[in-house]
Write a protein that binds this ligand. Structure first.
Ligand code: PHE
Length: 498
């Protein structure tokens, strides 16, 4: 047990946890979500969600990983036998995400290159969907697209290289390079954005509070949803990363630092994105609300347009897409480590083998998203796996632990025995009552929307095959992995590597 891999330094762990948390969700999800859910007023439910669910759950996951020193399924299994399944389910969810997430990083690599000379021309949207992705009809697949496939190989090569080198020499080193670089690049972008003409118009729109919005349940659901996704909670990630913490580690402090660093980055992204959107709106004489977008649309359709209108477009375009690449890579590494750790322990194999098998299969499956059907598939799988994977597994996690297994007291004592900030009844109340109630409500709301309208306007059969089947499949895959018994020395499987 003493031989388990460990982080080299506290900063190394923190950078890795931040690297996981700071991802595409911060850059392209937060700004639009905040804008659509009350603007400046959104910060109230958002902060509330951070303090009542985000950080408390992060503390719980850090404590579980630190206490049991195992992958998510192994650690949950030690809480109670029945919980091992939830761990594998979360690992299966992470595995699925790791088949399409790298494809977005691959696009960003190409777009960093396209920025020189603004190769998207006068119609970035048409260029992205038509020329670049060669998007076809849902369900047709239709051959690999080389300009997606080739950078995708590069993404996997980088991620698997660092994962193969282990916790300290691989994951920690990668994050020590990626995260500070990302912070610098991002600061340069934001400073440039806020000094553009029209920036204030954008910031005004972003921060203008619509206080009426916060009486709507939808806005609170959006706030909790953003916090969960953004902090990489219920992905099995934070448990895995915390399992490599040395015995003497301050859990609670680390969770607060990770949580606030992630939210600060999110706020910074909101400022940068809206300053840039303001610039574009003023340039083109449009209204801000006409140009606001989130997700893929923001990064690959709206931003190219903004970049084309900026001074020094090549330079800033490159920086913007490079920041997506760095934020994405560190999240991809974290999400892949969940199954690498799980496979290592369950099958008693070396890290090298787990990286080859787990990463190899994920890489092969990711090719499906490099076909002409890629964007349709990605959009659908992402929607279903987040709503009926991550959020649902998170609900199972807190309910199982707080209500059915040993309860939260043990974990509270464990965290308190090594941390500065003391957990009290507030922590158990947040996890035992607030979080389950909000997640349960969220689930019902999502299901209601799901049955009343076909997501994204896709054909029902397509949504069934690539949405429901995959989301529910993750649960079954999880169950399958629980059948095999742990080898006697499961905790030492990760021994002898630094
Ligand atoms: N926190 C990440 C983000 O904001 C979520 C994530 C983590 C997604 C790991 C994929 C992989 O993007």
């Amino acid at each position: 047990m003493e031989n388990r891999s460990q982080w080299g330094t506290r900063l190394g762990f923190l950078l890795a946890a931040m690297g996981s948390a700071i991802g595409l969700g911060n850059i392209w999800r937060f700004p639009a979500t905040a804008f659509e859910n009350g603007g400046g007023a959104f910060f109230l439910p958002y902060l509330f969600a951070l303090l009542t669910a985000g950080i408390p759950l992060l503390i719980l996951e850090y404590t579980i990983g630190h206490k049991f020193r195992g992958s998510a399924p192994r650690s949950y299994g030690k809480i109670s036998k029945g919980m091992e399944w939830i761990g594998w389910w979360q690992v299966a969810i992470s595995f699925i995400i790791s088949t399409y997430y790298p494809v977005i990083i691959a696009w960003a690599i190409m777009y960093a290159y396209f920025s020189f000379g603004q190769q998207w021309g006068a119609d970035p949207t048409g260029f992205f969907v038509g020329d670049y992705l060669q998007l076809g009809d849902p369900g047709t697949f239709g051959g690999l697209v080389p300009s997606v496939f080739l950078p995708l190989i590069a993404v996997w090569a980088i991620a698997l290289f660092f994962l193969g080198r282990g916790v300290k020499k691989g994951i920690e080193v990668a994050n020590k390079i990626f995260i500070p670089t990302l912070a610098i690049i991002f600061l340069i972008i934001v400073i440039r954005a806020v000094t553009l003409d029209g920036a204030l118009t954008g910031l005004d729109a972003f921060f203008k509070p619509d206080w009426g919005a916060i009486t709507s349940g939808k806005v609170w659901v959006a706030a909790y949803g953003q916090i969960f996704f953004s902090l990489s909670i219920a992905f099995a990630i934070m448990i895995t990363y915390a399992s490599y913490l040395p015995k003497k580690s301050d859990i609670t402090n680390n969770a607060f630092i990770t949580g606030f660093a992630n939210s600060s980055f999110e706020l910074l992204a909101g400022i940068g994105v809206f300053a840039a959107l303001g610039f574009m709106a003023v340039q083109s004489g449009q209204d801000i609300s006409d140009v606001v977008a989130g997700g893929v649309g923001l990064a690959f359709m709206v931003f190219p347009e903004i970049i084309s209108q900026m001074p020094a477009p090549g330079f800033f375009g490159f920086l913007f897409f490079a920041s997506l690449v760095l934020a994405g890579l560190s999240s991809l590494i974290s999400i892949s480590e969940t199954y690498i750790a799980g496979l290592q322990e369950k099958f008693n194999i070396s890290r090298g083998k787990a990286v080859t098998f787990g990463g190899g299969i994920a890489a092969i499956l990711s090719l499906a998203f490099a076909t002409k059907d890629g964007l349709n598939l990605l959009d659908t799988v992402d929607h279903f796996i987040n709503n009926y994977g991550v959020a649902l597994a998170g609900l199972f996690e807190v309910v199982a632990i707080a209500w059915f297994a040993k309860g939260l007291k043990d974990f509270q004592n464990h965290a308190n025995s090594i941390s500065d900030i003391r957990l009290g009844i507030w922590w158990r109340f947040c996890l035992g009552i607030i979080t389950p109630v909000v997640l349960g409500y969220m689930m019902l709301q999502n299901l209601k929307t799901e049955v009343t309208e076909a997501y994204g306007g896709y054909p029902i059969e397509f949504l069934f095959n690539y949405g429901w089947v995959i989301a529910i499949g993750a649960m079954f895959a999880g169950a399958l992995f629980t059948i095999k018994k742990w080898p006697d020395n499961a905790s030492e499987a990760q021994a002898n590597e630094s």
